[in-house]
Design a protein around this ligand. Structure first.
Ligand SMILES: [Zn+2]
Length: 102
């Protein structure tokens, strides 16, 4: 996977939902990676998951969203087995909103 790291390529990926960008990132330098290395079916699932925007104070919704993200990460791991190390980075946005209100 081509990247902006010192090595110019990365085998350590991170799945993190971020509105407006593909949800696959380099775990070393944090740059956004091309989603094209996984199958079309899985890409569509990822994009749907990524676009599933959070409601303010929706902590339960966010936990559900993170569970789905974890499931998708496992599917990506299976597709890219042996090539990449992939970890899931759960969203904590709703929790941050909640803490601000107390
Ligand atoms: Zn990188």
């Amino acid at each position: 996977m081509e990247c902006f790291c010192e090595q110019k390529e990365t085998y350590e990926l991170k799945v993190e939902g971020d509105i407006g960008a593909d949800p696959i990132w380099c775990n070393k330098c944090g740059c956004n990676l091309d989603i094209g290395l996984i199958s079309n079916t899985l890409t569509n699932e990822l994009i749907e998951w990524d676009e599933d925007k959070l409601l303010p104070n929706g902590i339960e919704l966010e936990e559900e969203h993170n569970k789905q993200g974890l499931t998708l990460t496992d599917k990506i791991k299976k597709e890219l087995e042996g090539k990449y190390r992939i970890k899931f980075s759960p969203s904590t946005m709703a929790r941050m909103y909640a803490n601000k209100n107390h």
